[in-house]
Design a protein around this ligand. Sequence first.
Ligand SMILES: [Zn+2]
Length: 227
Amino acid sequence: MLDSGLISFTFDDFFESAASSGAGILENYGKRGTFYISSSLLGNTLPGFSENIASAYTIETLHSRGHEIGFHTKNHVDLSKSSRLTIMKEMIQGNTIKKITGIKSTNFSYPYGRSYSRLDTFAKLLGYTTTRGVKTGLNNRSDRFSLCSIPIYGHSLDEKSIADLICKTVSDNMWLIFYTHDVINSHSRFGCNELQFNSVVKQAMSSKARILTIQEVVNLSKLPSNQ
Ligand SMILES: [Zn+2]
């Protein structure tokens, strides 16, 4: 099948509302998302957020429903300010996620979105297939490291801009990656409410783009070129 662009929905930090509302909305359309989590923060929270990060049970449930669990460092550290030793310690995944899902995460997002080619070098060494930051833009389908992304933030959501981005994704056969955090009425300034998230998914669904997890996009390149 020939594609007309790819769209991925991703969630950083993996708050409980991303699992309940974000995943639920995607599933209403028969789609799945990628949820990046810091492995030492399960069930905890982060400054500026009013709810907890997903528990092991939530992670297991979402994984079993076909969503992807990505990695986001062990302790949610800004790697751009870290020593080489800290970078390695934070990016080496350990077994926390594997014990829950049965597989290691192969896709990584940078806390605070700060990605540099130096960090991508570590990511490649450690076997990650992709890394994602928060630099705004569209990706080529073959891009894999320091992937650009577009926020779904309630305070700045502009449906016309999103419609234009989806249009360009389809016309130029690009890869558009959305990201957000909590999906709840009382969302942080890094999240949105259910109506806003649903409106973006609905716009994506009404386009000719395919909606895939990050790993599903990676898998496409392993298929014969006419797939
Ligand atoms: Zn984060």
